[in-house]
Write a protein that binds this ligand. Structure first.
Ligand code: BJW
Ligand code: ZN
Length: 311
């Protein structure tokens, strides 16, 4: 039977009032208004490289220095960015509703910094600020490493007179976690060259300069999930048992192209458990993502739409 996609906020709000069990699936579009680029489409290139091509174990194996430069830049940008109204509205919904959980594909830490309750936040693709050892027999990990740069060799080139610089204020009080040291808080303003511009030469790095494991001296890597890797098992278990435990009323699909599995599969999984589907995206053609048409489609910037529809 044919389904009609509604764009009516009022019918959505009425349905939302009666909802108890709600899921939100977030993608890079949620952080776009915070100035962080998405993967597919404009901004999906880093220097001449496709961002999704760098997010692979093969790229890291072939050129760990390049991949670290990419992630070091991403860590830096994420730390400088601020959560937007979409992050705050979702965090608020989570606080008001114990039966709401967020599945985020984002690794930028902005939901955490918007005080999203952590027991209701499931990070499907890890975090830029989790670090782990690549040695097969070593299980070294550390989380909430907000050092920037993570090793001196990854310091961005500083060039006060270069025209394409951006000013960086060393204010860390709103970073994730609370262990902020006071001297860092009042640190000086620095100017860095934006190394996402491919005309800017980046320093050559030798393997010894890259982040190294304190336990086995192996190469460290960012704790994110690359293509071909499994998503964190405990997180998937928690999410699946939440979904299995009772019918789901609603899934919000916000700022994601919903092309990457298994994350994207949760749209249909939720629907199979009875959920209605509401999509928020700047692109019109996202209303039919997932196998079937969604129930509501709200076109626009997530930082504007999400607070509006959840209000
Ligand atoms: C706005 C906006 C604004 C803009 N407001 N909206 C089944 C079928 C086919 C393939 C597979 C399958 N199962 C598994 C696969 C393989 C693969 C996969 O899915 N490939 C497809 C791409 C074809 N999946 C995997 O490999 C996954 N692992 C896995 O399945 O393991 C199982 C296994 C392993 C080994 C053996 C056996 C089994 C892992 C996937 C990991 C994805 N990792 C990345 C990188 C993370 C680290 C990093 O950040 O660098 O995750 S890739 C990248 O894509 C990142 C994102 O989280 C993810 C999703 O992207 P997202 O967030 O949707 O961003 P965009 O850019 O695509 O979309 C942004 C959207 O926002 C757009 O729609 C815009 O319009 C919109 N937008 N501005 C609102 N202001
Ligand atoms: Zn190690």
């Amino acid at each position: 039977k044919a389904m009609v996609t509604s764009t009516d906020i009022q019918s959505f709000s009425e349905y939302l009032k009666g909802c108890r069990r709600i899921l939100a699936l977030l993608g890079a579009g949620v952080s776009a208004a915070s100035g962080l680029p998405t993967f597919r489409g404009a901004g999906g290139l880093w220097r001449q490289y496709d961002a999704t091509a760098l997010a692979t174990p093969e790229a890291f194996e072939m050129n760990p220095a390049l991949v670290w430069q990419f992630y070091s830049h991403r860590r830096h940008m994420a730390l400088q960015a601020l959560p937007n109204k979409a992050h705050y509205a979702l965090a608020e919904l989570a606080r008001r509703n114990q039966d709401f959980i967020t599945l985020s594909q984002n690794v930028d830490g902005l939901s955490q910094r918007a005080q999203h309750p952590s027991d209701q936040l499931n990070l499907l693709h890890g975090s830029l600020f989790d670090i782990k050892c690549t040695s097969f027999y070593c299980h070294y990990t550390r989380s909430n490493d907000f050092s920037d740069p993570i090793v001196p060799a990854l310091e961005l080139p500083q060039h006060p007179s270069f025209p394409q610089t951006h000013t960086v204020v060393d204010k860390v009080s709103d970073r994730i976690g609370t262990s902020v040291n006071a001297s860092e808080e009042e640190g000086p303003s620095r100017r860095y060259i934006d190394i996402s511009d491919e005309s800017v030469p980046i320093p050559k790095l030798v393997p010894e300069d890259l982040p190294r494991c304190p336990e086995c001296k192996g190469l460290l890597r960012p704790g994110v999930v690359w293509f071909g890797e499994s998503l964190p098992t405990e997180t998937l278990k928690r999410v699946d048992s939440w979904i299995e435990s009772a019918p789901v009323d609603l899934i919000l699909v916000i700022g994601t192209s919903a092309r990457v599995y298994p994350a994207a599969g949760y749209v249909d999984v939720a629907r199979d458990h009875g959920a209605k589907v509401a999509v928020v995206n700047v692109e019109q053609d996202m209303s039919s993502r997932g196998k079937r048409e969604c129930d509501w489609f709200f076109q626009g910037d997530a930082s504007v739409i999400v607070p509006e529809i959840l209000k």
